[in-house]
Design a binder for this molecule. Structure first.
Ligand code: SF4
Length: 321
């Protein structure tokens, strides 16, 4: 475990996941009803497509009443505080509300893949991962299936789930949907991908991406605060922010880190990620013959990685996962 994220004041032993308190309070059933109603005229995410997902797959996410699970397994390649020694119980949802031209998981996020599951079946997957020893349940790309996630957490809580739930998102979420998860999600792990509207438009079909991500991360922080870990360095509660360093976008990384340190907290845990590689539509031949998105058709250099860390430290951040 990295000592940098877990000095004594951020260690929290004991305690239980938030959804166990919601179970005792008797508020789960009402939350599930409120969440599922949002599928009728879908405004679950900032796309605001408005389709009735109770009857058909609608909108940018092309997902209907049931969430579609592409894969579920103990993941040993997440941050140390999530993977620990027994793995993070990762559930990859199919489809996404973003359309990143550089998506590193495009074969499940932009192509139908996997099995449609009921809330009860999704809860069973969570319980099976817990019984395999996973330290947490890690919901990957959940923004378009928040109602189904609320339904499944309620089912799993009733059946005895006891490990923290991680909401692992691209960051294009609405505060209203996140409020449905208040007290049910223990760890929020949002990406903050880019800062400029033009970059959001060009690379994600979402010119409002940065604005929405700022609102969403502020709401996540309001709910769970900065990341706390147990004595073994395993995440218990809080926000863990990810930034994938992109080639030629140093100014965007710096702006993101300055905002996080100033408006959220300099104690925010940030994973500055270096695994970007040209994927999805990047590098495909364009109509003019050159590669599509030529500006990001390479890996970030060692110098760009070092500059991103420098920008984070200069902004006042210090807890790097
Ligand atoms: S969740 Fe899907 S259908 Fe609903 S607003 Fe977002 S992209 Fe559109």
């Amino acid at each position: 475990m990295k000592d940098s994220i877990s000095p004594e004041r951020f260690v929290r032993d004991g305690g239980e996941p938030g959804y166990r308190r919601a179970l005792r309070d008797g508020t789960l059933a009402g939350r599930v009803d409120a969440a599922l109603r949002r599928l009728e005229d879908c405004h679950v995410c900032p796309r605001d497509c408005g389709g009735n997902r109770l009857f058909e797959a609608a909108g940018t996410c092309r997902t209907g009443r049931l969430a579609v699970v592409a894969s579920a397994f103990p993941h040993f390649g997440e941050e140390d505080c999530l993977s620990g020694t027994r793995g993070s119980g990762t559930i990859f949802f199919s489809q996404c509300n973003l359309r990143c031209v550089f998506c590193q998981n495009w074969d499940i996020s932009q192509v139908p893949a996997g099995r449609a599951v009921t809330g009860r079946q999704l809860a069973s997957i969570m319980l099976a991962l817990e019984s395999r020893g996973c330290h947490n349940i890690n919901l990957v790309t959940p923004s378009h299936v928040v109602p189904q996630v609320v339904e499944a957490i309620a089912e799993a809580a009733r059946a005895g789930l006891g490990v923290p739930v991680v909401y692992n998102t691209g960051g294009y979420d609405t505060p209203a949907s996140l409020r449905l998860l208040d007290g049910l999600v223990d760890i929020y792990m949002p990406d903050f991908k880019c800062w400029h509207a033009e970059t959001g438009r060009r690379l994600m079909a979402a010119p409002d991406y940065a604005e929405r991500a700022r609102e969403a991360i502020a709401e996540m922080h309001r709910q769970v605060g900065v990341l706390e870990v147990d004595r073994h360095g395993l995440a218990r509660r809080g926000v863990l922010l990810r930034h994938l360093v992109m080639p030629g976008q140093a100014d965007e990384a710096a702006a993101i880190f300055q905002w996080v340190a100033r408006e959220i907290s300099p104690d925010t845990v940030v994973n500055v990620m270096g695994q970007y590689r040209p994927e999805c539509r990047v590098g495909h031949p364009s109509e003019t013959g050159g590669p599509l998105h030529a500006d990001i058709n390479r890996r970030p250099t060692r110098q760009e990685m070092a500059s991103a860390f420098d920008a984070g430290r200069a902004a006042g951040l210090w807890r790097f996962a």
